[in-house]
Design a protein around this ligand. Structure first.
Ligand SMILES: [Zn+2]
Length: 127
């Protein structure tokens, strides 16, 4: 078992995911990281659906991430390209809370756009 497996939890095989991910991105299941994420989100204190740590998306134990969740987390993967992202995210979280954090606003906006695109594509055309 690798160090990443021990610390971050077992990797979900790509075939079990609802959609292919860009190369180098992995999804793992973990008991405590989504709990910390849930605490940061406030509210009902349920575990977060996903937490992104650089290029690793961490979901709760037993969870199968939806395509919509992966779209949201992939925005955070992009944001992590900025080496100062963790610090900037934390500062915005302090100033604006979870939902008002501009990094989250961006992730939720792209998630909604994706949902609108895919629901249009899947709606059968009627004469
Ligand atoms: Zn988010």
């Amino acid at each position: 078992m690798s160090l990443a497996d021990r610390v971050l939890g077992p990797r979900i095989p790509p075939a079990e995911l609802p959609c292919p991910l860009p190369a180098g991105i992995e999804v793992r299941r973990n008991g405590w990281i989504p709990r910390v994420g849930g605490w940061l989100m406030g509210g009902d204190r349920k575990p977060a659906g996903g937490v992104t740590l650089r290029r690793t998306i961490v979901v709760p134990e037993g969870a199968v991430p939806s395509e919509s969740l992966l779209v949201h987390e992939l925005v955070h993967v992009e944001q992590w390209r900025d080496p100062l992202f963790p610090l900037k995210y934390a500062l915005q979280w302090v100033r604006h809370g979870y939902r008002g954090n501009p990094y989250e606003v961006e992730a939720y906006r792209r998630q909604r756009e994706h949902a609108a695109r895919t629901s249009n594509a899947r709606t059968p055309r009627t004469p």
